[in-house]
Write a protein that binds this ligand. Structure first.
Ligand code: F6P
Length: 365
């Protein structure tokens, strides 16, 4: 295979995430320096593949980007070659399968193997392309850390640093004003960011999608603290936490495409209710996209670099339809079909949850 392989293509799909540039840099540098391969950067995720937007990467493009957040290739979490907007009818967008065109474009770009860096959505598309004969290698990214086939995704650690720093800062006002401070963090339907940052930041209550909560239980925790002279509390809420009635809170829902629904606003609902029921002044902070931005941590840079190098090795070995992953402390690979089969959620019986409870954190259950 090594002799046949001349040019890799790489695209970043889905939400941006700290560490993407480390991956692009690693794929390019390994290809140039070690294997004498060319690398095409396909811009704006799968849109670039569909619309034939790309450029040949050189050493200058990938110099000085290791510490930079975002992606030099651009990204989108909307464009799917199997469901792409192809027109409008009666005021509604009409979607069509343009995967044939996208695959033909890979040939036009001279791409022998496509490296897709993405979360579950982009990696599912990568799997479908593989099933249609494209030579694909996947690299997992997401701040949500919700992919079951890898122990960790890069981006998660940086998001945790940002969220933990926010909790540290919220403590100041909470203590000074004797308030309840509620922080909403991202994570979609998984509570990983809330759980890890809440523990690291010494939160009093952590509310996650995987553990149903009641207001009574949250209030008990606040009152128990008050009885010990602690007149403030910090609550970390995952954006996907379900209200006691079992419903999510959305900023926006898209009628014909639930994949584009935007979670957000649950902390405001919870904060209002807590203030009403407890009489304690309560303030809400939504951390939002700050969690996705900024300088990647050393861990994320190194994980991205390790994933990038491994992806090139898989491509050279002819091991397509695979996704690189971290297993313990080893870089490995799994079938793409397995990688996206199951979302990784917090197990309420997990050691981490038990540890948090042991040190007095309430999950509102
Ligand atoms: O998957 C990453 C993520 O940041 C989620 O945590 C969040 O729900 C979503 O993306 C936000 O997406 P957008 O950038 O489209 O608002």
């Amino acid at each position: 295979m090594q002799n046949e392989l001349k040019r890799l293509g790489i695209l970043t799909g889905g939400g941006d995430c700290p560490g993407l540039n480390a991956v692009i840099r690693a794929v390019a540098k390994t290809s140039f320096n070690r294997y004498d391969l060319e690398v095409v950067g396909i811009t704006s995720g799968f849109r670039g593949m569909i619309e034939l937007e790309y450029f040949l990467l050189n050493d200058r493009h990938v110099s000085g980007i290791l510490h930079r957040g975002g992606t030099i290739l651009g990204t989108t979490n909307r464009d799917n070659p199997f469901r792409y907007p192809v027109g409008r009818e009666n005021g509604r967008v009409v979607y069509g399968d343009v995967s044939g065109r996208a695959i033909a474009n890979l040939e036009e770009m001279g791409v022998d193997v496509l490296v897709v860096v993405g979360g579950d959505g982009s990696l599912s598309i990568a799997g479908e392309l593989y099933n249609k004969g494209v030579r694909v290698v996947g690299i997992p990214k997401t701040i949500d850390n919700d992919l079951s086939a890898t122990d960790v995704t890069f981006g998660f650690d940086t998001a945790l640093h940002t969220a933990t720093d926010a909790i540290d800062k919220l403590h100041t006002t909470a203590e000074s004003h004797h308030r309840v401070m509620v922080l909403e963090v991202m994570g979609r339907n998984a509570g990983w960011i809330a759980l890890h940052s809440g523990m690291a930041g010494g939160a009093d209550v952590i509310l996650i999608p995987e553990i149903p909560f009641s207001y009574e239980s949250v209030l008990r925790k606040i009152q128990e603290r008050q009885s010990r002279g602690k007149n403030f509390s910090i609550i970390v809420v995952a954006e996907g936490a379900l209200l006691p009635g079992g419903q999510h809170v959305y900023q926006q829902q898209v009628a014909d495409n639930p994949l584009l629904d935007k979670l957000g606003g649950v902390a405001a609902v919870i904060g209002r209710e807590i203030e009403l029921r407890s009489g304690v002044e309560t303030r809400v902070t939504v951390l939002g996209h700050l969690q996705r931005g900024g300088t990647p941590t050393p861990f994320d840079r190194n994980l991205g670099t390790r994933f990038g190098v491994k992806a090139v090795e898989l491509a050279l070995a002819g091991e397509f339809g695979q996704m690189v992953c971290l297993c313990g402390n080893r870089i490995n690979s799994v079938l793409l079909s397995q990688a996206v089969a199951r979302q990784k959620l917090v197990d309420p019986a997990d050691e981490l949850v038990r540890t948090a409870k042991a040190v007095g954190i309430s999950f509102g259950d």
